[in-house]
Design a protein around this ligand. Structure first.
Ligand code: DCT
Ligand code: MG
Length: 502
């Protein structure tokens, strides 16, 4: 957007500075859940006024003052540390929950005439990690020894923004091994504690440099602090190394890498004295083991999306296909590809799924199919069990993907001359009324979902699952057509899918 040719003086008459426009005055506001604040630093007052007017003319709410109501801060000053220090000087308590974005998000949104989804490239994140991540209240003054900002880290993943850029991988990998080891020993409490600690570290904008950085973080207990200390000192944790070389751990992990094999089966095989796979022993689970134990790339997921989209739309033109799971969160690789398939015609979604399976079979693309019919019953909501698996019709597939359909070819597998690979695909088919809940649930990550449910229950006295949101105080189900509706019911700021990699 060109710098305006009119002067700030003339604009000032129209848009006086420092005046908050109440909601009622945003007459033409189209996007109630998005409230912008444009940072004048670097932008200049006249350009800010011009961009403000432009955004308002397109139905955006633009606040003149940085206050708790702001959801999106847009800045042309991309120097994260000085910008954050400046922002913190305003003493706005909800700053850690706001999106701090560079101007490209704004220009993209203006071009499209609506707020575009926030991607990691839009975010202005702090470059250095500050040791004062604290559970205390904001604001805090910048530390004399560092100009980096101080932010509060929530104990709930649904109040943190976690992109795929994990600056603390060295620690989170160690925590995941410990969590898995506790899980294998059926010590669920300890396992969850390490998963929560890993999730907190994943949300941090930069790597932990000292113990002081970690000590005030939620869920970082004595054990995890000791592991961090060891890694900071030696580059690895002795305890984690021991687990990784433990025969039972290695064997259970290997067995559980087989599609459909859980802890109980793996343990049974291990107790029988099996230490590795024996040819011909487990025919079903080993179907295409080599292929499906290899990660699926984004391009492969995209190709599968195209195939399923063509299939679905050949059946009915009003079908809706949505990519969910890790790929919707912006991951480059996944262990499978997850889709929601539905139709606005109530009750037709189950038939749609069986028709899709039939068509894929016809095209010779199905290598394995485990179809589960719907057990969903609206009259039995809310389901107080709130178990992990939902009741919608779904199928767990292994599909054949031809390299010719994949942009740039198959991921490292063309060498064997087959020109195709097997890929795990999950399809779930909820009724349209439950679409938003299913989308939120299937987008994950698992830790993000766990914390959404924990937050709903503990903080809001509500029950959330893939089917519904139930308000226990009002004793009613809360309707939602979008994910934004669900966040709003929960009184949470909306978190973009790419920020749910908790
Ligand atoms: N999910 C769910 N109920 C289950 C299992 C999963 O609601 N019983 C949700 C949580 C994440 C999402 O579905 C997709 O699951 P996965 O494919 O296992 O996770 P992912 O994040 O997509 O990981 P990956 O990239 O490895 O596939
Ligand atoms: Mg997945």
């Amino acid at each position: 957007y060109p710098r305006p040719c009119f002067s700030f003086r003339t604009l000032r008459k129209k848009w006086p500075q420092r005046i908050v426009i109440p909601v009622s005055m945003h007459k033409d506001a189209k996007f109630e859940s998005v409230r912008l604040y444009l940072v004048e630093r670097k932008m200049g007052s006249s350009r800010r006024a011009f961009l403000t007017q432009l955004a308002r003319s397109k139905g955006f709410i633009v606040e003149d003052i940085l206050s708790d109501v702001v959801t999106h801060i847009v800045s042309e000053d991309c120097q994260a540390s000085s910008l954050w220090t400046w922002l913190e000087g305003h003493g706005v308590k909800t700053l850690p929950m706001m999106q701090v974005l560079d101007i490209t998000w704004f220009t993209d949104s203006m071009k499209q005439g609506k707020p575009v989804a926030v991607e990691p490239r839009h975010l202005i994140q702090v470059e250095m990690f500050c040791h004062k991540y604290s559970t205390g209240s904001l604001p805090m003054l910048p530390d004399a020894t560092t100009s980096t900002p101080v932010a509060k880290v929530s104990q709930y993943a649904c109040q943190r923004r976690t992109t795929t850029a994990n600056s603390n991988k060295i620690f989170t990998d160690a925590f995941e091994v410990l969590a898995e080891s506790y899980e294998f020993n059926e010590m669920e409490g300890q396992s969850l504690a390490f998963r929560r600690a890993a999730s907190v570290l994943r949300s941090l904008p930069s790597k932990i440099q000292s113990l002081r950085d970690a000590e005030s973080l939620p869920f970082l207990g004595k054990h995890s602090i000791a592991v961090i200390e060891e890694i900071l000192q030696c580059g690895f944790s002795m305890e984690v190394q021991k687990i990784l070389s433990n025969e039972r751990f290695k064997t259970l992990k290997l067995f559980m890498s087989v599609f459909g094999v859980g802890l109980k089966t793996a343990e049974k095989w291990y107790r029988k004295g099996l230490l590795s796979f024996t040819r011909g022993l487990f025919p079903t689970g080993f179907l295409h083991y080599g292929d499906i134990s290899r990660a699926v790339s984004k391009a492969e997921a995209q190709a599968l999306g195209n195939i399923i989209d063509e299939t679905v739309h050949a059946i009915t033109s009003d079908a809706l296909l949505t990519l969910t799971g890790g790929f919707r969160r912006g991951k480059d690789f996944g262990h499978d590809v997850d889709f929601i398939v539905t139709t606005p015609e109530m009750g037709k979604e189950e038939h749609l799924l069986t028709a899709v399976i039939e068509s894929l079979k016809h095209q010779g693309l199905i290598l394995y199919c485990d179809y589960r019919a719907s057990t969903f019953d609206m009259s039995r909501l809310p389901n107080h069990k709130f178990d992990a698996m939902d009741h919608f019709a779904k199928c767990f597939l292994i599909l054949r993907l031809d390299g010719s359909r994949v942009e740039g070819g198959l991921c490292g597998a063309e060498g064997d001359g087959r020109g195709w690979r097997a890929v795990r695909v999950d399809l779930v088919s909820p009724p349209m009324k439950q679409y938003a809940f299913t989308l939120l649930g299937w987008t994950g990550s698992k830790q993000f979902e766990r914390d959404l449910r924990r937050f709903a229950q503990k903080e809001r006295h509500m029950l959330l699952d893939n089917h519904a949101l139930y308000d226990k105080t009002k004793r009613e189900l809360l309707a939602a057509t979008t994910e934004q509706d669900i966040f709003a019911h929960l009184g949470l700021q909306y978190i973009e899918p790419c920020q749910r990699n908790a």
